[in-house]
Ligand binder design. Structure first.
Ligand SMILES: Cc1cc2nc3c(=O)[nH]c(=O)nc-3n(C[C@H](O)[C@H](O)[C@H](O)COP(=O)(O)O)c2cc1C
Length: 319
């Protein structure tokens, strides 16, 4: 089975299924390689990786599959310049940049022949990136795990707003899609592909502790919280950390007090020190739709099959 959209054509992939960049969870060879080999687009999350690890992981993905893959560079990360120098040498086929402007990287990588995709969470930023000449966009909606838009505009509204303004720009829609019906919906709303984060977070290939995956699978759709307004909001599973943040926000605590709690824990604490109750368990609302841990290749196949069935069902509604 294959799909033919502007994104599959641009990226050279068979299926319009993108595994979202997820720090730690997809900062390894296993997850992105499995997704790319299965016909989607795997994304290596460079955020928490050191230079030698990045070089080894890119070589590992290339050993594992000859299909296209992406690397995600959060532009605010420490040492982003050095990472770009390394990427210039390694020439990954696709760069997905996030958390910053296009100026830092666009000309440099476009000239190398790397496909440049920019991550945005507002119509204004989408327009700015398109004007600068990116090849495509990841448009993130309020349902998303990690960093949703600060105003929490939902993905289905945000996607259509962006497509109305930029009908010719290829868009990957991220946030809440989770399954085949989600992919079909994203395509119906104008996306050329859907990106899936939380759905891949529980795969055996994802590089996070089992206890974190268990919490994701146990969660209902109402079990995430958005905290950290003013410091780069995150959506995470509710736990002691989100309760503490919510209390400080309710009490209008000083910025310093809120920042101390928000910055006092990281996703890294969850991954390396099992801080399940008091760490940032980043996950999207779609955690409530994820209750099985299938290997990534099976997730890709299931999403593709579900989308095909949904589209066939919809076709029956019209003469
Ligand atoms: C654990 C976790 C880590 C994330 N890390 C990153 C990251 O390093 N870079 C990035 O651009 N987005 C990151 N995100 C956001 C995802 O790329 C994506 O936008 C989001 O997961 C999509 O929503 P969904 O989880 O509902 O599928 C992260 C999300 C999660 C859940």
């Amino acid at each position: 089975m294959s799909f033919d959209t502007d994104i599959t054509g641009l990226l050279g992939i068979r299926l319009p299924i993108v595994q979202s960049a997820m720090s730690w969870a997809s900062s390894n060879v296993a997850l992105p390689a499995a997704v790319s080999a299965a016909g989607g687009l795997g994304t290596l999350a460079l955020g928490p990786m050191r230079l030698p690890e990045i070089e080894a992981a890119i070589a590992g993905i290339r050993d594992a599959t000859d299909r296209p893959f992406a690397v995600n560079l959060p532009l605010y990360r420490k040492g982003a310049e050095e990472v770009m120098d390394l990427l210039e040498r390694l020439r990954p086929p696709i760069l997905v940049a996030s958390q910053g402007g296009t100026r830092a990287y666009l000309e440099r990588f476009r000239d190398l022949g790397t496909i440049c995709i920019h991550t945005v969470a507002s119509v204004a930023h989408a327009e700015k990136a398109a004007e600068a000449g990116v090849d495509g966009l990841v448009v993130v909606g309020g349902e998303a795990g990690g960093h949703p838009p600060a105003d929490l505009v939902s993905g289905h509204v945000m996607l259509r707003a962006v497509k109305r303004r930029l009908p010719d720009v290829p868009v990957i829609s991220a946030g809440g899609w989770a399954d085949g019906a989600g992919l079909a919906a994203a395509l119906a709303l104008g996306a050329g592909a859907a990106a899936f984060g939380t759905r891949f977070l529980v795969c055996p290939e994802a590089g996070i502790p089992q206890a974190y995956k268990d919490r994701v699978m146990e969660a209902g759709v109402g079990d995430t919280r958005v905290v950290g307004r003013g410091f780069g909001v995150i959506r995470a599973l509710r736990n002691d950390f989100t309760a503490r943040m919510e209390m400080l926000e309710r009490e209008a605590a000083s910025e310093a007090d809120r920042a101390a709690v928000f910055r006092g824990v990281t996703l890294k604490d969850v991954v390396l020190h099992d801080a399940i109750d008091d760490g940032k368990l980043e996950a999207g609302q779609s955690a409530g739709l994820v209750d099985r841990a299938l290997p990534a290749a099976e997730v890709v196949a299931e999403i593709a099959d579900g989308a095909r069935k949904t589209l066939a069902r919809l076709a029956q509604f019209t003469g």
